[in-house]
Design a protein around this ligand. Structure first.
Ligand code: AMP
Length: 283
């Protein structure tokens, strides 16, 4: 495995691979790798001859007062995990390499960015889209892999690819969870022992809501209220949002039918966690 820090070096490798007719998969990450990331690597290795993982804590997707500075970083640990998983290249540029002082361009996506995380993390998805567009231009992947855990992010990237006619297939992979149900996240390391125990309520509430729906409940507000009550039974939980939407269009629904997504963002102390489930509801 090679660790590449310079854009030109990355482009040279890709040019050579493309000349050989080799297919390229890209797994964009911010590092501090866990099984969720590795599931994306496995999907990329299944579909492509050559897998690039980017590791870049992207300053443009963090708002003022967010956790950019304290975001967990450990390149040595990540390189070992990535190599063991069969990643061919880690692309890990520094911030100045990606955003030199005269950097002026930004991608702005409307609609899907106005809801859920976009409401509280203003500008976050513009930062995500901008860095992913750069990665696509540098690495020219045939396919790129995103986790369902960040469902809105995957939707934003799909919109960008469609609107800007980018030549890459976006593959979304299921959420990987800890044995007790907590969705894996690099941010889980922030949780105190008490918060970690309490955070299990998120997946529990989502699965219970799914049961409620399976048992015939069709009113969004009833399901939403149920989830809110369950989460607020944990004293340390601060709900940012609980929303129920059409899983494809991300439009709000009042009566639950078709493919729906239940999505939430909840704070435990200083740590903001997100989770979601998708469920098919009979008419
Ligand atoms: P991050 O490093 O947190 O920016 O995540 C990089 C990629 O891994 C994104 O596409 C995430 O959606 C995905 N990812 C993060 N956590 C999980 C998880 N628990 N299961 C599946 N994918 C995940």
């Amino acid at each position: 495995m090679r660790l590449i820090e310079k854009i030109d070096d990355m482009k040279t490798i890709i040019r050579m691979k493309k000349k050989e007719g080799i297919s390229v998969g890209l797994v964009p990450t911010m590092g501090y790798l866990h099984e969720g990331h590795m599931s994306l690597v496995r999907a990329s290795k299944r579909d492509n001859d050559f897998t690039v993982m980017s590791i870049f804590v992207n300053p443009k997707q963090f708002g003022a007062g967010e956790d950019f500075r304290r975001y967990p970083r450990d390149m040595q640990r990540d390189a070992k995990i990535a190599e063991d998983a069969g990643v061919d290249v880690i692309f890990a540029p520094c911030a100045d390499e990606m955003y030199p002082h005269d950097f002026k361009t930004g991608i702005k996506i409307s609609g899907v960015t106005d809801i859920l995380c976009g409401k509280t993390r203003v500008g976050h998805f513009d930062g995500v889209a901008t860095v992913v567009a750069k990665l696509f231009n540098i690495i020219s992947p045939d396919r790129s892999y995103f986790g369902q855990k960040d469902a809105q992010q995957a939707a934003v990237i799909k919109s960008m690819v469609k609107d800007l006619n980018m030549d890459v297939d976006i593959v979304t992979c299921p959420i990987v969870r800890e044995p007790d149900g907590l969705a894996m996240s690099s941010r889980n390391v922030y949780l105190s022992a008490d918060e970690r125990r309490a955070a299990v309520i998120l997946s529990k509430a989502l699965y219970e809501a799914e049961e409620l729906i399976k048992n015939g409940e069709r009113k969004k507000e009833t399901v939403r209220d149920y989830i809110m009550r369950r989460i607020m039974s944990e004293k340390t939980a601060g709900v940012e949002y609980v929303e129920i939407l059409d899983a494809d269009s991300f439009k709000a629904v009042d009566i639950l039918t078709g493919k729906i997504m239940v999505a939430l963002a909840v704070r435990f102390g200083k740590t903001r966690l997100i989770d979601n489930i998708i469920t098919e509801v009979d008419a």
